[in-house]
Write a protein that binds this ligand. Structure first.
Ligand code: FES
Length: 144
């Protein structure tokens, strides 16, 4: 894709976001923010017994790139294993958004990815605690 095609791709996701809604019965919900600008993303996941993401949605407010990132990842991550999600990184975002955009706006380009990967970590941590008979960590006070 050339630069204009990447911009069109981002605008399409921003203007017609995929899976942008709250999920009431999510297995994990996690908010993330970019402190530099205040932009926000919340990721919702449902995870199957085979450790694959069976459903994903997001909500958020912020710049075109960060919110398009939420939509792109919501589309991409459905059906992925938790390990596959953890292997995503800057190369993934470069493929989806283009080298120039990721280079100049790296925090915007990675807000949704960082939040998604943190949600996977928290899901695993909660599951380990449940298996050990411990109560889930109350994160209500750190949600954004
Ligand atoms: Fe805030 Fe892009 S300007 S995430």
């Amino acid at each position: 894709m050339d630069r204009q095609a990447y911009i069109d791709h981002l605008l399409d996701h921003f203007q017609h976001p995929r899976s942008k809604h709250r999920m009431e019965d999510a297995d994990i919900q996690l908010g993330g923010g970019n402190p530099g600008c205040g932009d926000l993303i919340t990721i919702y996941l449902k995870v199957g017994d085979d450790d694959r993401i069976t459903d994903i949605s997001f909500e958020g407010e912020g710049c075109t790139i960060s919110q398009a990132g939420g939509s792109i990842l919501a589309e991409m991550a459905k059906g992925m294993s938790l390990d596959e999600v953890k292997e995503l990184g800057l190369p993934t975002m470069r493929e989806e958004m283009g080298e120039d955009i990721v280079k100049s706006r790296v925090r915007c380009a990675t807000l949704a990815l960082g939040t998604l990967q943190a949600a996977v970590d928290q899901f695993r941590s909660d599951r380990e605690r449940a298996r050990a008979g411990l109560p889930p960590v109350d994160r209500s006070s750190f949600q954004v």
